[in-house]
Design a protein around this ligand. Structure first.
Ligand SMILES: NC(=O)c1ccc[n+]([C@@H]2O[C@H](COP(=O)([O-])OP(=O)(O)OC[C@H]3O[C@@H](n4cnc5c(N)ncnc54)[C@H](O)[C@@H]3O)[C@@H](O)[C@H]2O)c1
Length: 265
């Protein structure tokens, strides 16, 4: 199918999704890919509506593809905000897919210099935010007695310890285990819970960390067998898989999209 000169498929025909952090980067690419695959509506749940990388808003791009979209100002660490995002999905007919994508990174060259404030900030967003998003999505599905797909964006830092970002790794490892635990708890109710582990992705998050990483002697590109970062769309394709019936028997899975990073020495 073609819409506005773009090819549109139907892997997510009629689905309603909430994607946190969808104003920018990976979440924005997911919103676009979901619309391309026929999603009915996307709720962009972010602290900002404009993309960090500039350009049109995610809502504008999704609507251009023929899907409905709404921005709901959401800090994922605040339960009332997350509830409002789920309520916005109800307006479109009800939540089918919830993506816990929003996250932040802190560069910590010296772990001993990391403050309690740093700890609280990153744990609040990455770990508590993912926990709250998971709870509110699953609460909605269980109360309505419907199936759902919960997708948690972890990182290769959730699989291996990462130099320069120990706190980030701590939160991303927590997200991996949270995924496994929730997958087990809700599988019988038809709720699938899976994780995506991106490698190095060409987004503003990466760009803002390249300089401090290079300054501390970490050459991330040299560690990638494919010798390039991922494009956000390549991460979004994994989310399309996990959101769709293509992954109907996958729950508690870790989908690693890292150009070979974690499997090489
Ligand atoms: N870029 C990478 O190299 C990389 C690698 C592995 C994993 N990831 C993960 O991918 C996810 C998206 O990262 P990205 O690279 O697209 O980053 P990004 O900074 O480009 O985009 C993140 C988006 O999240 C939003 N956000 C930040 N804090 C929020 C909060 N409290 N509530 C709601 N929204 C908030 C930002 O406003 C922004 O729009 C993150 O979970 C990140 O950890 C990224």
């Amino acid at each position: 199918m073609s819409f506005g000169g773009k090819t549109v498929s139907d892997l997510l025909q009629g689905k309603v999704a909430v994607i946190t952090g969808a104003a920018s980067g990976n979440g924005r690419a997911m919103a676009i890919r979901f619309a391309e695959e026929g999603a009915k509506a996307v709720v962009v749940a972010d602290v900002r509506d404009t993309p960090r990388e500039g350009g049109a808003t995610t809502v504008e791009l999704v609507e251009e593809l023929g899907a409905r979209a709404v921005f709901v100002r959401t800090d994922i660490s605040k339960r009332a905000d997350v509830r409002a995002a789920v309520a916005a999905a109800a307006e479109f007919g009800g939540l089918d897919v919830f993506v816990n994508n929003a996250g932040i990174v802190l560069f910590e060259a010296d772990p001993l210099a990391t403050t309690d404030e740093d700890f609280d900030k990153i744990v609040n967003v990455n770990l508590k935010g993912t926990w709250v998003g998971s709870q509110e999505a699953i609460r909605d599905w269980t109360e309505r007695g419907v199936p759902g797909s919960l997708i948690n964006v972890s990182s290769i830092g959730g699989i291996q310890g990462s130099r320069g970002t120990p706190l980030y790794s701590t939160t991303k490892g927590g997200i991996r285990l949270l995924t496994y635990a929730l997958a087990d708890a809700y599988a019988e109710r038809g709720i699938r819970v899976n994780a995506v582990h991106p490698g190095i992705v060409d987004t503003e998050m990466l760009r803002s960390n390249l300089a401090p990483l290079a300054d501390s002697g970490v050459d991330q590109m040299a560690s990638i067998p494919m010798r390039r970062p991922a494009q956000p769309r390549e991460i979004a394709d994994a989310a399309v898989f996990l959101a769709s019936d293509l992954s109907s028997y996958a729950s508690g899975s870790s989908v690693v999209v890292d150009g070979g990073f974690t499997s090489s020495m």
